[in-house]
Design a protein around this ligand. Structure first.
Ligand code: ADP
Length: 187
């Protein structure tokens, strides 16, 4: 059975960086919805152009749109064989429900990379991506609290949430994440 995992955490928590390292180490496919949307914009597709203004404002792309993109990706052979680590999805309860309908049997772990609001603010302002303006950051963090934070109890109820302290160096955090993953896989 392929291994299915998701990584949650506030914007700027370092989940993208860690997701790449985890996926490499386990040989699963890293699926970042933010990267997919940015790639769509770079290619100039209709989806990419529509998503760009939403992303720049720090808003969420509608569930119907993003769910479709993720479902299509999960159906590809590489994911079916190698398993997946989703990064940036799900971000709403509607997305989480959609994910369960696509991959319930494979989903075994939801990692929450925990970093305080003050710390992620500082990190994002230093990062300087197109959508890292003070306004868009504030909006993303607001949406995180209202839309995404409820997923923590949602995954807890399903018995698959593990919280990992995201403060410290990249290596320290990676070590903590791998420890949790290995514990789950060893079961
Ligand atoms: P960050 O975690 O810093 O917000 P991401 O690369 O994950 O960075 O996402 C950037 C933007 O892409 C989001 O602000 C949002 O507009 C859009 N996006 C990414 N994933 C989703 C999703 N699952 N649902 C809705 N919008 C999304």
């Amino acid at each position: 059975m392929p291994l299915g995992m998701v990584i949650l955490g506030r914007q700027g928590s370092g989940k993208g960086t860690q997701a790449v390292k985890i996926a490499e180490s386990l040989g699963v496919i890293h699926i970042s919805t933010g990267d997919m949307l940015r790639a769509a914009f770079a290619e100039g597709t209709e989806l990419g152009l529509e998503a760009k203004s939403i992303m720049d404002a720090g808003d969420l792309v509608p569930d119907t749109v993003i769910n479709g993109i993720v479902e299509e990706r999960l159906l590809k052979d590489d994911v079916k064989q190698g398993g997946f680590l989703l990064d940036g999805f799900p971000r709403t309860v509607g997305q989480a429900e959609a994910l369960l309908s696509y991959a319930e049997n494979d989903l075994c772990l939801a990692l929450n990379l925990d970093v305080s609001i003050d710390e992620v603010m500082t990190r994002m302002l230093a990062r300087g991506r197109d959508d890292d303006t003070a306004e868009a950051i504030t909006r993303r963090l607001e949406l995180y609290e209202t839309e995404t934070a409820p997923l923590l109890s949602w995954f807890t109820e399903r018995g698959i949430l593990k919280v990992v302290d995201g403060n410290g160096t990249e290596t320290e955090v990676f070590g903590r994440l791998m420890e949790v993953i290995e514990e789950i896989l060893g079961k």
